[in-house]
Design a protein around this ligand. Structure first.
Ligand code: VNL
Length: 389
């Protein structure tokens, strides 16, 4: 009886040892994404892109197995923070990634700092995010990058009086500020700045006001997923016919929704870092593979942020022989990376840990029976103009 018990204990102990060795073996990447709620499309795009990257590049780097863990934050900052803590403490992830909205990234930043875990921001785009933790690296973009480009383009193209309309939180406030500053510098005039709530916005009363003000153009920032609603109400009110142009950052004419927005979008000019129509071999291959793996879904700028984020993590794993030296070594290996993304050449500025990239001016056109953001101009290697340090 006694030996039997001992034997069982031994088997149990061996089993547990095997489990813990196994658990140590895999390098875990924890992606925290809004998979439900208002920003679910962002989660869906980033998850699809991360899985595509792994399907193309394998699940082993420098001999170490890589495991992807995806968790739903529902778009709630407290949830993102709690999940990050669990991922770090219980799952022992080596890198955190994702972050579909600015408040989610800001809520999680202290966890990255305390645990010395690199945190790759693949979506959120307020300038201050990279300053919230020295462990944050960004592969998305900033609203400041895009809005300055529009503040230069608009006045050169007959747009002198503008009303701005933005979602009332971090990225919207950045978009409003950086567009306005540059537009004023170019002798433009912002006659009114309107802010709409992030949650369940009703654009109708705001658009009515814009109609009454009759500006040359309405400049819009709303987060990915909300553009179609703005577009629909803008067109329903006949604002285009009343001579009001629609301009904004590319979040408005999001590739994810553009085809469903209809031909009323033709001619809308936006500034952004990625279009599914970007004419490069790397992008054509990316779009094709993404569609093939996802029942024809077109990748948007969120997908590219996720895809490049995975590449930054994989490269860092390669350069640290599978993550040796822990979070600090990985972080160091992320800084200064430079490579060709589906959006064009990108660079992770070692000093700011933010992305330096081209910003394109694009116009909605019909190509092969589908609506696309067709690039017609480029501002090269744009650093985030919104850094305070
Ligand atoms: C943010 C910025 C989110 C741009 C977005 O879509 C976006 C953000 C969800 O920083 O919260 O298109």
């Amino acid at each position: 009886m006694k030996t039997l018990l001992n034997l069982r204990a031994l088997v149990l102990a061996l089993g547990m040892a095997a489990v813990s060795v196994h658990a140590q073996d895999a390098f875990k990447i924890g992606l925290i994404l809004p998979m439900t709620g208002q920003q679910a499309t962002t989660g869906k795009q980033i998850e699809a892109a991360a899985r595509l990257f792994m399907a193309q590049n394998g699940d082993k780097v420098a001999g170490r197995k890589v495991e992807l863990i995806i968790k739903d934050d529902g778009g709630i900052p407290d949830a993102a923070k709690r999940i990050a803590q669990e991922l770090v403490v219980n799952d022992k992830v080596g890198v955190l990634g994702g972050f579909g909205l600015t408040p989610l990234a800001l809520a999680t930043a202290p966890i990255a700092t305390q645990s010395k875990t690199p945190m790759v921001v693949m979506a959120a785009a307020t300038s201050i995010i990279t300053e919230a933790s020295p462990y944050i690296v960004r592969t998305s973009f900033t609203l400041a990058q895009c809005s300055v480009a529009m503040g230069d383009w608009a006045p050169k193209n007959g747009i002198k009086r503008v009303v701005t309309l933005v979602s009332d939180y971090g990225p919207g406030i950045d978009a409003e500020r950086f567009f306005k500053e540059r537009f004023l510098l170019n002798s433009g005039q912002v006659i009114e700045s309107l802010r709409v709530p992030l949650r369940n916005p009703d654009f109708a009363p705001f658009l009515q006001k814009v109609r009454d003000l009759k500006p040359d153009a309405l400049f819009v920032f709303v987060p990915s997923g909300a553009g179609a609603a703005v577009m629909k109400q803008f067109l329903e009110r006949g604002m285009d016919k009343a001579g009001i142009k629609l301009i904004g950052t590319g979040d408005l004419t999001d590739d994810d929704q553009l085809n469903d927005m209809g031909e009323g979008t033709l001619g809308v000019v936006t500034s952004h870092h990625y279009s599914a129509m970007h004419p490069s071999v790397v992008n054509k291959k990316f779009v094709e593979a993404f569609k093939k793996a996802n029942k024809g879904m077109r990748p948007n700028f969120m997908a590219v942020g996720g895809y490049d984020g995975m590449r930054v993590i994989y490269e860092a794993l390669k350069n640290t022989k599978g993550g040796q030296g822990g979070g600090d070594a990985l972080l160091a290996a992320m800084k200064g990376q430079i490579f060709e993304s589906p959006r064009g050449q990108i660079f992770i500025d070692a000093q700011t840990r933010d992305i330096v990239q081209n910003i394109y001016l694009r116009r909605v056109e019909k190509k092969d029976g589908e609506l696309y953001n067709v690039e017609f101009d480029v501002i090269k290697e744009v650093k985030d103009p919104g850094k305070t340090k």
